[in-house]
Design a protein around this ligand. Sequence first.
Ligand SMILES: Cc1ncc(COP(=O)(O)O)c(C=O)c1O
Length: 372
Amino acid sequence: MSINKILNNIDEVLLMGPGPSSIHPSVYEAMSQSTLGHMDPYFIKIMDETKAYLQSILQTENHLTLPISGTGSAGMETCFVNLIEPDDPVLILINGVFGKRMEDLAGRLGASVDVLEFEWGTPVDVDRAQEQLKQREYKILAVVHAETSTGVRNPVPEIAELVRDKDTLYLVDTVTSLGGIEIATDTWGVDALYSGSQKCLSCPPGVAPATFSDKAGESIANRKNKVPNWYLDMNMLTSYWEGQSRVYHHTAPINMLYALNQALYLIMEEGLENVFHRHLENHKLLVTGLERMGIRMLVEPECRLPMLNSIHLPEGVDDAEGRRRLRQEFKIEIGAGLGPLAGKIWRIGLMGHTARPENVERILAALEEILP
Ligand SMILES: Cc1ncc(COP(=O)(O)O)c(C=O)c1O
């Protein structure tokens, strides 16, 4: 049977997990347009426009701004592989799965990695980070802005102040935060960041926005060794993404980039502030409804993410069976807990196009049904 027949027989699922999120119909429409050549002048225009949208949404003038071909992890890999050389001292602040992934990646590249770990469900502690930064000169300080495994917003602007006058490069994971809460790349002094398309940008997974400051760009240009990953080498990628005459590097995922362009256009059209406000208002609506049902949130209000809401598993509800019923009976996908929080929490996403009052009402009504 053809994939189209198979998929047509599956009911549409409301994606309220930790990503992917639901996609706007106009993004699907953009994806299904005819594929242009990757060096076609019209496609080059689309690349330039996409880059400009990304610069606006990331609040940056960095010329090294582009979507990496691959998911959020490819974005992470791009930042680390371009900035790290063997034995470079790297400090990673960890309070969930994705901070751990950073540690793994930096270690594989031969960095001399120090980590500070914090309890999952709480934010990283700025004072402890400050103390650690006095102990050693680090080339890179890395942290996850929106820790999707717990629903915690880490104090990225406050941490930035710790390295503002240092040579240290500040690297931030914005996979879940981009398009849902503010990211003021230049004002905060972030040197490198990466994101993903499938969270608050509401685009299918497959491209990873990334940006590098001039300071990070210089560090890449002055490396002692070649970037050990050919595909993600920023020196080569920029020759395709910048300048008058573009040089082929790899065949861009053309239709994915149409989709990203349209997803970014929708955010620009709605207005960044309005998009953030919509995420926050729907989060408040959800929390009010959950608390009315006696469901407790994992994270304290002051560091909760609007787009990722972790709840303690309600009394008397079986984790897997509860999620199965939501998926089968109510056509809603939510996320399970990960690592130490497996079996203890559920994660309800309100990302991008999913963050709408009708979806909040739908999940609250479904939860009401499955609670004992
Ligand atoms: C904070 C964070 N970083 C990195 C990733 C990895 O992204 P991907 O799964 O798209 O490779 C994710 C995915 O959920 C994430 O939430």
